[in-house]
Design a protein around this ligand. Structure first.
Ligand SMILES: *Cc1c(COP(=O)(O)O)cnc(C)c1O
Length: 385
């Protein structure tokens, strides 16, 4: 929950706005790097979760690398000062301009998702007289047991190179002089909360690394991606995820030599809980079946509920702590879409026009997905330190 000092600050700001708690962010980053350093693991931050400049600068200060999925993200990472040797560029559809941008800036590596992409990068690198470092993004066909819209590691998904193409990839690597393969990359999905999934991933990765090594492809980097989930139900008591257990699983189950580096690409787990969307109640409609609390924020500010039926904890922070009787509300936004709903039948203290509503755990895949649909204004940002 928020302190009185924070609430006073919120009252003086124009809503809606994203609130980023930079001290919780720092505590999260410290917990993560302390746990990963124990095993010498390398952590990259997946920029797509949140590209706020102060958030990024804070992340960079913990010597974390950058995992980018567009030329724009590579550019942002360079501007913030991420070390180019710690920038990786993934994505199933990189344009020539984006690949050239990565080559010009000598980023650490491209995570390559198909044989055709390998050929194109080779050609573009050759034109510049450069050698591009790549990691092969493998589709390991591991079920992440998460929402189907955020599963990426099954054969039915568009991402990565599938097992039946491995022989061709090896042949292709040997024939492309401007490509240097540094490793393998895996990323099987997002918001993974069942740690057994990561065990299964390790078992698959061990086999695949061995397969490539046996065929003369030296694997220096094993990049196991991200996907570590957060607790959207308990943003206060479980504000920092269990990084200790997470990294320990990889240490226990991932086979590797002393020369091999293990890389991680965490997005959500680093930033989600440090963010909240703060909004004001514009109107309350009491119905016979349903009551509606209509907010000044909508799916244009936070799209996750509309996009993949995501749950966010919703609190009336103007009324908390009081003994006001509670009621159920459908908490909705002002946008002309029926999916513009943050939560159905949410139990809140009796709510009035002007109350502040906090939508918690909105630091990941929140502000980055904002749109100006309905010609909405750009959402404001407020920081706590
Ligand atoms: C989105 C993404 C990540 C980060 O996923 P999280 O679930 O936010 O940890 C990591 N790697 C790649 C390639 C991604 O696309």
């Amino acid at each position: 929950m928020f302190s009185n000092e924070q609430l006073n600050k919120f009252q003086s700001e124009e809503t809606p706005f994203y609130y980023y708690d930079l001290s919780l962010l720092s505590a999260t980053l410290k917990a993560c790097t302390t746990a990963s350093d124990k095993y010498g693991f390398h952590v990259h931050y997946a920029l797509k979760a949140n590209v706020d400049k102060r958030v990024l600068a804070t992340i960079k200060s913990y010597n974390i690398g950058a995992d980018c999925v567009s030329g724009g993200e590579v550019k942002r990472a360079l501007e913030i000062g991420f070390n180019k040797n710690q920038i990786v560029f993934a994505g199933v559809g990189k344009s020539d301009a984006e690949i050239n941008f990565g080559l010009d800036n000598d980023i650490f590596c491209f995570n390559v998702e198909s044989i055709q992409e390998l050929e194109v990068i080779n050609e573009l690198a050759a034109k510049k007289g450069k050698t591009a470092q790549v990691a092969l993004r493998i589709n390991p066909n591991v079920n992440a047991y998460t929402h189907k819209y955020i599963t990426t590691g099954l054969e039915e998904n568009k991402f990565g190179i599938n097992q039946w193409e491995f022989d061709k990839v090896v042949t292709s690597l040997k024939s492309l002089p401007n490509i240097k393969c540094v490793g393998l990359h895996f990323h099987i999905g997002s918001q993974i909360t069942d740690f057994n999934v990561f065990k299964s991933l390790c078992v698959k990765v061990n086999d695949i690394v061995k397969w490539f090594t046996d065929r003369g492809v030296a694997i220096k980097v094993i990049n196991v991606g991200g996907g570590l989930g957060v607790d959207y139900y308990e943003p206060d008591s479980k504000s920092i995820v269990d990084f200790e257990t997470y990294f320990k699983i990889f240490d226990s189950f991932l086979e590797r030599t002393a020369q091999q580096e293990v890389h991680f690409e965490l997005g959500r787990a680093l930033v989600a809980n440090s963010g909240a969307l703060i909004s004001k109640v514009l109107f309350v409609k009491n119905g016979q079946v349903t009551n509606f609390a209509i907010l000044d924020a909508g799916m244009t500010e936070l799209m996750r509920p509309a996009l993949y039926q995501a749950y966010h904890k919703i609190q009336n922070i103007s009324k908390s702590g009081n003994s006001v009787k509670s009621k159920n509300y459908d908490v909705v936004g002002p946008i002309c879409e029926s999916t513009d709903c943050f939560g159905k039948a949410v139990e809140l203290p009796e709510t009035q026009r002007g109350d502040l509503i906090a939508i918690r755990t909105a630091g990941a895949y929140g502000e980055v997905m904002a749109s100006n649909y309905n010609l909405r204004n750009k959402v404001n940002v407020v920081y706590g330190e």
